[in-house]
Design a protein around this ligand. Structure first.
Ligand code: NAG
Ligand code: NAG
Length: 405
């Protein structure tokens, strides 16, 4: 403000009037700022006092010790305790060799305990951290099968966060591993679901009422071979003895990240199918090399896929289709050879063959039949056989493509 009016003075007589207007506006602004500044300064002073008292750790811990001295951590805060759970997944990956899902996550539990509330204006602090082993803790544990890290209470060394109104938040770090029945049908575009269920170990649902806190956002900062596709939760009731327990289940959807495998699979299947299609369009003599090429392509892919695939209860569809194409190639080559052999027969054709061919030629033309020579009959029979086998192979190819797409 001063610099503005000073600059205006230096600017000379002509700008003096303008400068006065500017300084008047600035003075009005300054008055308004003072009116705002005073409460802001007071607020700042107040916040300063509060944070200084919060920062006085010895005073806070003395008060907390006094509060906890009268507190019985063995007794639940109320006969029916609502506890909210939230799961924040940090890492999730599938170990294919062991058929298990490993998950690192934070299980946040929050509940209210009126015995642990205080007057925040007297204490000068609205929050406090307390070692979790000094508090009553909900005995929530993993109840679905897991090999390790099954007990959230194992991380009781963590601090719990207490609010002056009695709200308590406690986060336990989980490192869980759950077995999974590996189904590889959709490999290499497979999606697997692992379920982790939590429930109270010793309390029925009328003593400990578990609910899911909110639809928590998952943040997984990693780019491994597995992508966390979904996290969903559900609540169910589990009858045990004569009581019922509330079970909160989280299902993780893990998708394989293998775009190159998916592309290679599609390319190989398409190449083998196209080679077979081309072979079907050619006369029998030109067919076997293309059929062999198609089968060879599919077989090479099968061998390389089997090296990469883990053992599993199911066969991937892509492997089944590549196997089918491999067999189709062999069958097409065999059919071509049979047709050529049949066309080359010179013996006198049996009567039945003649009548069958006569019936068939009323449906479609069997051109090579010339007069009643034996060779003509065999050539017509070969043509009929060839058409039937080609139709069967075309249907098989169509089915393979339909199944994959
Ligand atoms: C912290 O509180 C104690 C009393 O509980 C007091 O003796 C001490 O001076 C305070 N320290 C500060 C830095 O205010
Ligand atoms: C907290 O303490 C202040 C001052 O001692 C008092 O005015 C206020 O009513 C108290 N608040 C509660 C909720 O007891």
């Amino acid at each position: 403000m001063l610099r503005t009016s000073g600059g205006a003075k230096l600017g000379g007589e002509a700008r003096r009037g303008e400068a006065r207007t500017v300084s008047c506006v600035m003075a009005a602004g300054a008055a308004a700022m003072h009116a705002l500044l005073l409460p802001l300064l007071l607020l700042h002073f107040h916040v300063g006092v509060t944070s200084a008292a919060c920062g006085n750790a010895s005073a806070l811990s003395e008060r907390m010790d006094a509060l906890l001295a009268e507190y019985d951590r063995g007794a639940p805060p109320s006969p029916r305790m609502p506890v909210r759970l939230a799961l924040i997944v940090r890492h999730a990956a599938l170990d294919e060799r062991r058929s298990a899902v490993r998950m690192l996550a934070d299980l946040q539990m929050s509940w209210e305990d009126a015995r642990l509330s205080w007057n925040s204006s007297v204490w000068g602090c609205g929050y406090a951290g307390v070692p979790a082993e000094r508090l009553w803790l909900p005995d929530v544990a993993l109840v679905s099968a897991a090999t390790r890290g099954a007990d959230p209470a194992a991380s009781a060394g963590q601090h719990a966060r207490l609010a002056s109104d009695g709200r308590i938040e406690w986060t336990s770090r989980l490192d869980l591993s759950a077995p999974l029945a590996l189904r590889l049908d959709d490999w290499p575009r497979d999606l697997h679901n692992a379920v982790f269920k939590f429930a109270s170990r010793d309390h029925d649902s009328d003593q400990l009422d578990l609910t899911v806190a909110h639809a928590e956002g998952q943040t997984v900062f990693e780019a491994g071979a597995w992508e966390l596709a979904s996290v969903s939760h559900s609540t169910e009731t589990w009858r045990r003895g004569d009581g019922e327990r509330r079970v909160v289940a989280w299902a993780l959807g893990l998708r394989r990240r293998a775009p190159a495998h998916a592309l290679a699979t599609t390319a190989v299947l398409a190449a083998a199918a196209l080679l077979l299609l081309a072979a079907l369009l050619l006369p029998p003599a030109a067919r076997p090399p293309l059929c062999a090429c198609a089968s060879f392509t599919a077989a090479i892919w099968l061998i390389s896929a089997l090296v990469r695939l883990p053992g599993s209860a199911t066969t991937p569809l892509a492997v089944e289709l590549a196997g089918a194409l491999c067999i189709c190639g062999g069958l097409a080559a065999l059919c071509a050879a049979l047709t050529r052999l049949l066309a080359a027969v010179t013996a006198a054709p049996p009567r039945r063959l003649r009548s069958a061919l006569a019936a068939a030629s009323s449906l479609c033309s069997l051109a090579p039949e010339s007069g009643d020579g034996g060779a003509g009959v065999w050539a017509a029979a070969a043509l009929l056989l060839d058409r039937m086998l080609r139709a069967a192979l075309a249907i098989a190819l169509f089915l393979v493509l339909c199944l994959y797409l």
